[in-house]
Write a protein of this length. Structure first.
Length: 224
């Protein structure tokens, strides 16, 4: 698509303006990509459980990861947010450079201690600013039906900051497969789970509760 060549430079140029301006432009960009996917490829989506988050000012989101689709769509579904991502993504021309202006939590996965410290420090800072933090605890995209171990970084951020956790399950891989240019018509389901309280709880306990909810929600989706 040509949109990175149109919107990328605009977002980068707007570095002189407040974050909210850059975020709004990027959100319009994301909306245009999802619109093209719907019109040209028949990829639609529905969201369940929005009522669970209507009273939250900020939260740590622990989300199933099957596709690049959710890295875009969550920006349309959830309030203002940042995400934990690979630092190398910021080196991509235009798209990555624009992403670098949107307060990402960019880490080097080969430096695990430094990466965790970055998540805890930047994540807490952004949560206190009212910016939601999205973490894909499996660390990489998984095929439909595949389950990977949940890393505890997002839960550790929740423990440290005291902000609640919002678990999200989705089946985007059925329409927007990982590592594939092809898109298939259908409706992606996004399920937002009940808020998980974190104050006074340990990261392992938080992580287990979120992982169990997502696992059960995924199993229910696969049966329908």
């Amino acid at each position: 698509m040509l949109t990175p060549f149109i919107f990328g430079p605009v977002v980068i140029t707007c570095i002189i303006f407040p974050f909210s301006v850059r975020y709004a432009i990027a959100n319009f960009w994301v909306g245009s990509i999802l619109w093209v996917a719907k019109v040209c490829c028949g990829v639609r989506y529905k969201v369940e459980g929005l009522e669970n988050i209507k009273d939250l000012t900020a939260a740590v989101v622990l989300c199933k990861h099957q596709s690049a689709w959710e890295t875009l769509a969550l920006r349309q579904i959830l309030p203002t947010q940042t995400a934990l991502l690979k630092r190398s993504l910021l080196w991509l021309p235009l798209w990555g450079w624009a992403l670098a202006t949107l307060k990402p939590i960019a880490i080097d996965r080969t430096q695990q201690r430094a990466a965790l410290r970055m998540l805890l420090d930047k994540g807490t800072q952004y949560l206190n600013e009212g910016i939601w933090v999205v973490v894909f605890p499996e660390g990489t995209r998984t095929a439909p039906g595949e389950v990977k171990k949940f890393n505890a970084g997002g839960a550790m951020l929740a423990e440290k900051s005291g902000y609640p956790v919002v678990p999200i399950a989705l089946n985007s891989g059925q329409c927007w497969p990982r590592y594939s240019f092809l898109k298939y018509p259908g409706t992606i389901t996004v399920k937002i789970g009940p808020v998980i309280a974190t104050e006074g709880r340990k990261a392992n306990d938080i992580n287990t509760e979120a992982a169990d909810w997502i696992k059960n929600a995924m199993a229910a989706m696969e049966q329908t």
